[in-house]
Structures are given as structure tokens and as C-alpha cells.
Design a binder for this molecule. Structure first.
Ligand code: PMV
Length: 332
């Protein structure tokens, strides 16, 4: 099996930066069909295919400058060298630039960090695009997606806007985000944030624990494979009900498999369950609203523009995102 360094060596050749400063933006993405578990731990190759929607202009901007020593700031706050985020960031950078190059990394999120809102995905995607600009690799988005995947699996989907799929296969060179050519202008995502603190267990640790200890993990994988096909068709045919129902089913199955890990992983809070019940009542009253939930207590509502007013009556603090409002090209 190929190791990380040789893998990177086949994708790019390490280069001294050609400029002093670069910056790039990448959108956050919300998985409708979730990635949870790996077939290759080192290269972040997923056990199952996943499918996400990028959040338009909500995500992360990363600025890089050549500096005398490595430093990292997130939303203006300096991150200590001993912190796991610092280590993870520079372990990734050291894979991609020569060791003697030191960088100042400044990251700004316009979405809550580490609250299951996928900000690590947009961070590693923006960091990869920014490194490409700094070092002039001049490679394809496909290659950048393979590189971003090494920082955080779901980052490979943040290289694109709109719906993005990520296939599960043995060949690490074929595991990257693939944009779907579908614009769904009426689709909205609502963010219900109950808690924006750091999550109790980071997703990379939680997925490994689930994979290693849950007796239900195998059936989660089987269900995920069939959900992926349903999502794919629902998006191509713009069948909103099939999309919403499968998103909810997939998210609840994810949390069920986490509950069956030993010891169990519980991300939901009382507010999460209260909101889920409200969503179900709204549906009984004819409003087509569904939810998905990642590795945190917060919910993302999925609905169409014409139901917005009714949904806001029940969730007045919900932040509404139009994923197709921005079509800027993310290429370098
Ligand atoms: O890419 P990671 O290690 O942050 O894991 C992402 C896990 C989920 O957000 C729960 C699901 C997904 O597909 O994004």
C-alpha cells in the first residue's frame, strides 16, 4: 500500500514558493449522505460514498505568508503550537512544501468552528488552494481535491460549489470530490445552532471508534450505499421529498450507529430532539421540511424557498443559506 509521502509525490512535486503571499476561499459543505469510516486510515479513503451540498459564500478564507516561523490564527485568535489543530495543520503543510519553508496561516470562518458545521472541510480546502497559488503547482481541481482529502476527508468535497459526490474506491487517485451539474435555485439550508463550542470528540476519532466497536457498522455501510443511489436520482430529478426523507434517514442512521458504539457517542442535546419533534409536527401540517445532523448537536434544515416564512415562525433564530446564490469558480 502506498504511503502518504509517496502518494503526494505522485500528485505534485514539492516546490519553493514563488510568491510571498496568497489567499483562497472554500465553501463549507454539509453531507446529505454521510462519510463515516475509512477503508484506508492513512490516506482518508472512505468506506462508503458520500454526497454533499456546498454552502455558497459561507466557509473559510485562508491567507498564507512566508514567515520566520510557523504560526496559525483562526478568526484573529493565535493558536498555541502545542494544540492539536496547530499540529494537524502543519503536519499537512509539511507534506506539501519543503521543510525549510515557514508559513503564517491566517484563517477566517464565517460559519461556527468545530460545531459539526464542517469548518475543517472548508479550512483544508482553502488551505490547499492557497498552497497551490503560493507554490504554483498549477494542478487540476481533481488533484487539489485528493490533496485536501489528506487534511480532512470531507475537505475533498469543498473544492466545488453545489452538489458534490465523493466515491469510495480502493484506488486513492480516484477518490476526490466530483461536482454534479445540477442547479437547484429554490433549495435552502437553515442552520439551527444550539451550541457552537468545540465538539466532545473530533469526528476523525469518533468515526474510528464507531468502526472499531459497533456491531451495526456493517449495516450502516450497506444502507449508505443504497442511500447514495437514492440521493443521486433525487437530485437529478429534483425530487425534493426523496431528497429530504433520505437525508433525515441517513443522519438518524448515523447517530444510531454512533449510539451503538462501545462506549456510545452521543452528540445530540435536549434542544436537538425538541427541534426534531417540531420538524416532524411541521411536516404533519403539510410543510416540507427535513433535517440533517453531523458530529455535533446542531441541525441543518432542508427546505424549499416557498416554505421559508412558515418555518421561520417555528425557528425564528434559524440562519438561512441559499447554496446556489454564488457561482464563483474555485479554480486557481
Ligand atoms: O472529514 P471529517 O473528518 O471532518 O468528517 C466529516 C464527518 C461528517 O461531517 C459527520 C460527515 C461528512 O460526510 O461530512
Amino acid at each position: 500500500m502506498i504511503d502518504k509521502k509517496s502518494y503526494v509525490g505522485q500528485l505534485i512535486s514539492l516546490k519553493i514558493p514563488t510568491i510571498e503571499f496568497s489567499e483562497a476561499f472554500a465553501p463549507s459543505n454539509i453531507a446529505l449522505c454521510k462519510y463515516w469510516g475509512k477503508r484506508n486510515l492513512d490516506l482518508n479513503i472512505p468506506s462508503t460514498p458520500s454526497l454533499s451540498i456546498s454552502l455558497g459564500n459561507r466557509g473559510t478564507k485562508v491567507q498564507l505568508s512566508i514567515a520566520p516561523q510557523n504560526s496559525l490564527s483562526i478568526n484573529g485568535k493565535c493558536i498555541a503550537q502545542e494544540s492539536p489543530v496547530f499540529k494537524r495543520t502543519f503536519d499537512f503543510i509539511e507534506l506539501l512544501v519543503p521543510k525549510n519553508i515557514k508559513l503564517s496561516v491566517q484563517s477566517e470562518n464565517n460559519i461556527p468552528t468545530a460545531a459539526g458545521l464542517a469548518s475543517s472541510a472548508s479550512f483544508f480546502a482553502a488551505l490547499t488552494i492557497s498552497l497551490d497559488k503560493l507554490c504554483s503547482w498549477k494542478v487540476s481541481l481533481q488533484t487539489l481535491s485528493c490533496l485536501a482529502r489528506l487534511g480532512s476527508g470531507s475537505a475533498c468535497r469543498s473544492l466545488h460549489h453545489g452538489f458534490v459526490k465523493w466515491l469510495s474506491c480502493d484506488d486513492p487517485f480516484q477518490s476526490y470530490g466530483i461536482p454534479m451539474d445540477v442547479q437547484w435555485e429554490e433549495l435552502r439550508i437553515g442552520l439551527l445552532i444550539f451550541d457552537d463550542k468545540e465538539k466532545l470528540m473530533p469526528s476523525r476519532q469518533a468515526m474510528l471508534h464507531t468502526q472499531n466497536t459497533s456491531s451495526l457498522y456493517q449495516s450502516w455501510c450497506e444502507n449508505s450505499n443504497s442511500d447514495f443511489e437514492i440521493f443521486h436520482n433525487a437530485i437529478e430529478k429534483k425530487n425534493f421529498q426523496a431528497l429530504g426523507e433520505t437525508a433525515e434517514y441517513n443522519a438518524l442512521s448515523l447517530h444510531a450507529v454512533m449510539l451503538s458504539a462501545r462506549p456510545a457517542i452521543i452528540y445530540s442535546q435536549p434542544e436537538t430532539l425538541k427541534a426534531i419533534i417540531k420538524i416532524h409536527v411541521l411536516r404533519q401540517n403539510g410543510i416540507q421540511v427535513y433535517f440533517t445532523q453531523d458530529a455535533g448537536p446542531n441541525l441543518k434544515l432542508i427546505f424549499l424557498e416557498n416554505d421559508l416564512e412558515c418555518i421561520l415562525e417555528d425557528f425564528p433564530r434559524m440562519e438561512v443559506i441559499n447554496p446556489f446564490s454564488r457561482v464563483d469558480n474555485l479554480s486557481t
